[in-house]
Design a protein around this ligand. Sequence first.
Ligand code: NI
Length: 248
Amino acid sequence: MQLHLSSWPEIEAYLAKSRAILIPIGSTEQHGPNGLLGTDALCPEIIGKRAGDEAGILVGPTFNVGQAQHHMAFPGTITLRPSTMIAAMLDWSQSLTRHGFERIYWLNGHGGNIATITAAFSEMYHGVTFQQQGSNRPPLRCMLRNWWELPGVMDLCRQLFPVGEGSHATPSEVSVTWFGYPEAQKKVEMTPKIAPNGPIYDAEDYRRRFPDGRIGSDPSQATVEAGGKIVEAAVKGVIAEFRSFAAS
Ligand code: NI
């Protein structure tokens, strides 16, 4: 069940049986020569939507722009300041709590978002503590889950791509997006076959170190079939974890 494809009476009916919602959160940033700019937003969106369809979980709109400052030397990347992202997440969560939501499960697709998401949770909890003192209103709880850390997913990715998984523009994440959007597959020869590894600083330095955008990966191994397997494992993990979080 997707919030933006529902009517308000349907959301009111959902709230009568559940106070929990899943929000996919990611980034719009370069993902190497064959990866889509939307990769980090599309992965949690594809996994979240399936989990929603299979288990009747309400899935909100995707928070699809995040912390991508170090990818800004590549065209198409869009980034937020940490303070902007925290403010926007706060407004999203306050809108949802206004309607009665008490559990927000943020399914994240971008490692660079983690610190800012965690800071946003602190802002939300401060708001609850300072503004609702003495009220009987149940507190908001947020949970962050990186999709690649769901049970069994990382093992499966290593098994599918024992060489060249790397850490940015990985064959696993590219496979997930191709599974969701097979028409967006791109055949690109990778030179070198496996991208270099190294530290991340500012945007210009990133492009000098990693000229085609990849870090340590060979995403030419990506396939729709591998994406399907990864999504299946992740969906199973999301459903189990969301259910126990919703009941907490
Ligand atoms: Ni990514």
